[in-house]
Write a protein that binds this ligand. Sequence first.
Ligand SMILES: Cc1cc2nc3c(=O)[nH]c(=O)nc-3n(C[C@H](O)[C@H](O)[C@H](O)COP(=O)(O)O)c2cc1C
Length: 224
Amino acid sequence: MNILAFNASPRKKWNTATMLAHVLDGARSKGAECEMIHLYDLAYKGCISCFECKKIGGKSYGRCAVKDELAPVLERAARADALVFGSPVYFGTESGEARSFLERLLFPFVTYTPGYQAIAPKKMPTALIYTMNVKEEALGQLGYNTFMNRMQGTMARVFGSCEVLTATDTCQFKDYGKYLTTAWDAAAKAKRREEVFPQDCAKAYALGERLAAPQAGEPIRGAM
Ligand SMILES: Cc1cc2nc3c(=O)[nH]c(=O)nc-3n(C[C@H](O)[C@H](O)[C@H](O)COP(=O)(O)O)c2cc1C
C-alpha cells in the first residue's frame, strides 16, 4: 500500500509536518510505503480555469492539463492507495499553497453533471489535518468547522471517504520571547506543546494506522 502525505505548511518540521509524520509512522507500522511531499518546495499555481479537464474528447479529460512541478505529483496522487493532506490555518482557512493544490487535485475529478459526479480513477481513504492557533472551542464560533466540513465533503465525494483531524492552540514558535506576541501566554503555549500536542500526534499515528488498514466496506468518518 502506497500512502502520500502533502504538507501545505512552509515549515517542514513544525506542527503540520509533525502531525503528518506521525500519520505516516502509523501507516508504516501497518506495512504501508509512505512519502511526504512538501508543497512549498514546488513551483505551481492553482487552477487556471482552462477547462481542458472537462473538454469532451480532449486528451486531458479528467486530468489537470497544466504542466508544472505539481503535474507529476498529481499523477502520483491519483495512483496512490491513500492520501493525507495537512495545512495550517491562515486567516480562517487553508494556506494559499494548500488551496492551489486542492483546486488542481480535485477539480479534474469533479464533473459538471447533475450531482457533480466524481471521476477519480480510484477510490481511496483520505484525511485532512489542520493545525491552528485558536482553541478548540473557537472552531464553531469562528466558522472553522464550516470550511473543514466543506473540504471534507468534497474529498469524500471525490475519493470515497475522508477523515478530519485538528490540532488546536498550537505553539507557533520555540521561543515566544523573540517575537511580539503579547496576545498569548507563552508559558501556556509551551505547556500545551509539551502536554497536549503529543496527544494530537498520537491521534495522527492512529489515523495513519486506519488509513493503511481501512475496515473493508466501511468509509472512514470525520473525526471533528
Ligand atoms: C499567515 C498566518 C496566518 C495565520 N492565521 C491563523 C488563523 O486565522 N487562525 C489560527 O487559528 N491560526 C492562524 N495562524 C497560526 C497557524 O495556523 C498555526 O500556528 C499553525 O499550527 C502553524 O502550522 P505550522 O507549524 O505547520 O507552520 C496563522 C499563521 C500565519 C503564519
